[in-house]
Design a binder for this molecule. Structure first.
Ligand code: NDP
Length: 317
């Protein structure tokens, strides 16, 4: 398995298990299946509502004595309603308690958006703090404390554009070590990747398979299906692999991590085996040509009428 190595020599498996929308016993079993299949990297978030079940799975597997806490890289994320001064460390402690852990391997600011304390999902403009009211650096300073205290071995961000990252890097005492964003052949984000590389910030690809099981309400019109792209199917045939495996292997070859979500044992095992696929230059060139800056996670659910959601990604012209 390819790994990303942090400056302190900690490593993170290139392929991890995503868990958004996976709940209850299903996610508990998925985490166990993943660990038994060889995964050593699990991604969750406070807002996924599944940290408790993931914690139970981890505790049960660790108690068996064959896989140790220090072998598994566990990421969680700060939700948008705990960005203000004094809120980050308690939120992180809650995640640790639910996960039954003493430390996280990676803690991320989930979105560069701050909600008022009791708001899970905003309904109206007054549910948001403006960036002037709660600047990202205020949140980041608490993330730095999380790292300095050992509660999180690494800290980073998610859904940050290069504009927001550059600003944060210019103000931070401890640089973000990760930016977790949507990445796949239809959204390659070469410029963001180049910027992150230049600053030694790793990237993790989310929704690598097109985020299949979102509710219909969250899906855009005429959404393409990543699993049905002719070029990827051709590459898959050439390598005697599945389309999903090619979509996953592509990230390992680009040097990012990737966190496909699955609760199916068969998919979990299939996705992990993507690590064995060696894509060549021709494959990479053909896939590079597919980019169309197409997002599945548009950020629309954070739409603030006065601003427009595209502000989140700084894509507004
Ligand atoms: P993915 O792109 O990983 O797609 C998940 C879907 O693909 C599920 O329906 C799953 O079904 C299916 N699937 C899994 N493996 C295969 C396979 N081999 N062949 C065919 N279908 C397959 O979606 P997500 O949006 O969940 O992204 C992955 C992870 O990234 C999340 O779970 C989360 O951890 C993270 N994420 C982070 C975000 C952020 O803001 N930081 C935003 C979005 C995601 P089944 O379960 O039946 O296998």
């Amino acid at each position: 398995m390819k790994t990303l190595q942090f400056s302190n020599k900690d490593t993170m498996h290139c392929i991890g298990l995503g868990t958004w929308k996976a709940k209850g016993n299903e996610v508990k079993q998925a985490v166990k299946d993943a660990l038994y299949a060889g995964y050593r990297h699990i991604d969750t978030a406070a807002v996924y509502g599944n940290e408790t079940e993931i914690g139970e799975a981890l505790a049960e597997v660790f108690a068996e004595g064959n896989i140790f806490r220090e072998d598994v890289f566990i990421t969680s994320k700060l939700w948008n309603n705990a960005h203000k001064e004094g809120q980050v460390i308690p939120a992180l402690q809650q995640s640790l308690d639910r996960l039954q852990l003493d430390y996280l391997d990676l803690y991320l600011i989930h979105w560069p958006v701050a909600f008022k304390g009791n708001v899970d999902y905003p309904q109206k403009p007054s549910d948001y703090y403006s960036l002037e009211e709660v600047p990202i650096i205020e949140t980041w300073k608490q993330m730095e404390t999380a790292k300095e205290s050992g509660m999180a071995r690494h800290i980073g961000v998610s859904n940050f554009s290069d504009i927001k990252l550059k600003d944060l890097v210019s103000k931070a005492k401890l640089k973000p070590e990760m930016n977790q964003v949507e990445l796949h052949p239809l959204l390659q984000q070469d410029d963001l990747l180049a910027y992150c590389r230049s600053e030694n910030i790793f990237m993790t690809a989310y929704s690598p398979l097109g985020s299949g099981d979102r509710s219909e309400a969250m899906k855009g019109e005429d959404e393409p299906n990543l699993l049905d792209i002719e070029t990827i199917k051709k590459v898959a045939r050439k390598h005697n692999a599945s389309v999903g495996q090619i979509l996953i292997a592509w990230h390992c070859h680009r040097g990012t991590a990737v966190i496909p979500k699955s609760t199916s044992k068969e998919h979990i095992e299939e996705n992990f085996k993507a690590a064995r696929i060696e894509l060549d230059e021709t494959d990479m060139k053909e896939i590079a040509a597919l980019d169309e800056c197409r997002r599945f996670i548009t950020g629309e659910f954070f739409e603030e009428p006065s601003k427009g959601y595209r502000d989140i990604y700084d894509e507004k012209s």
